[in-house]
Design a protein. Sequence first.
Length: 596
Amino acid sequence: MSFFDLKGTLKPLTALKQFGRKPHTIEFPKVSLEAADRYRGFHYNEIDECIGCGNCSTICQNAAIDMIRVEGVEGTKGDSGLRPRVDNGRCCWCALCVEVCPTGSLSLTTDYMYVSDDPDSFLWVPGIDNPEGKNNLSFTSADTSLNDFNRIPMPELEGMDRVKSFAEVVLGYNEEMARAEASRCISCGLCTEVCPDHMHIPEYINAIASGNDEDAVRIIYDNNPLPEMCGKVCTRRCEDVCAIATRGDAVAIRWLKRYATETAKTADITYEIVNPEIKESNGYKVGIVGAGPSGLTAAYYLALRGYDVTIYEANAKAGGATMYGIPKYRLPIESLDKQIEYIEKIGVKIQYNTKVGKDITFDKIYKENDAVFMGVGFPKAWTLGIEGEDAKGSMQAVNYLYMINADEKVEIGDKVAVIGGGNVAIDAARVARRFGTEVTILYRRRVQDMPADWEEIEGAEDEGVHIVPQAIPIKVITDKKGNVSAIEYLMAEMVPDEKGGRPKPVAIEGSNKVLEITALMGAIGQQGDYSFLEGNFAEKIKVERGRFVVNDKQQTTDPKVFAGGDSANRTADAISAIADGLRACKAIDELLMKKQ
């Protein structure tokens, strides 16, 4: 035997030297190696933090994520109720879904081992099918996310410059700002669901981001004939549920609506852009009481459908509370006039200075029309109910705002007290400041309890309005001529509510304070005035708790009569009134078309 034959025979025996050494492999599946710290394994989702926006599903290029309903998760305002389900057979673990998750609830784990012969078992609802997760890795923070959480600042006049005139405080976005702000939207649609009018928000914002401003205007006018007004003074509940707001600033939905609608400088340009389709006359007539947001909306969309529509308005201008209640530094008259002119261009007739119940009877309107809509608002203010309230110089804030907007002169002196904490109180205070007065707001609860918009409160403080919280007025003091000279009030302590509501103010005995003033404005709420409903109508059209009783179609207890706005809902904002008007239009159309 040669040397080489002997070596070949003995070589396998050299493997004996491996005995006792650790193996280079592992006993899978009994043993598995820990993955690297940044290994991308299965998804995990904090179910309670997720809002079901669907951004993860939208960005997934492998179509590996869909949004489904899961047991135990209920949809709420700002939460669709849906949760992501991942097909682990399609996923490539690129982590884009994690990078765009606005809440940061979605992450990848280092858990990567799963074996099954059932293809359906690879469909996982992260956080449900793996409730504990394993070594969860959130790849994003607000600073590293692909989302932009920082709003483009809105240019405004400086606080003490504002009080020198009634110039519009908010200056608006320019084109570059609007494009940048619009690009922050992730098109989740949560805003649309919470909007009373269900405006097509992601669609018009995407149009702005793409540079298609005219498309944005057309989309907006599809279900809102007063969008420029909403773009300036809407209560923007849509922004409260914006997915981006979970870790940053909400998309400036209101300001973007304003930007788009202001690109149409006149009513003629608006008409040209929107190019509304107006159907031929169908022979039916609709009478509308009140040219506020709900009445104007109902009139606009009924006219588009071929109805002969006439609005009966008590004042010299249309707009209701938006014309006579909102200060012009917030909503310039020219802006509202432009929108009214456009509505008239499509065929809506408005009879101004026509007070129903005085200049024309409700019975006449009822008999001459096939349907009637009432959008009469809440024009009467609640009084304070304290001693001396009827003194000279004591007035209701809503009446003061009306007179100022109607260009009437109102003597208020140089020291004004406003009682209340809502937007009317803030508006009256800021208007008074523009006439050079020293203004103090007395509010019975804490500043954080004030129902006014936070930005309006901040605006008032920036303009020098002094807010005294936990102050309960008890008496108006007068001089020898019967003029207001001071307001006496008690300080209050906040007592927890037994039912879990917000704390209640309770007056502190002996804490009396006196504030010298030259005028007093009450702003503690308003109520309806239905005295125009004479005869049988007062019984036929039911009112409960100060509002018309309506069904989900805005129909009153008289099938021919519909109502909307403050006189029919408790939301007390323009966008809800607009939604009421649109809903009533559809119901009136349905009612009358059945007669054909």
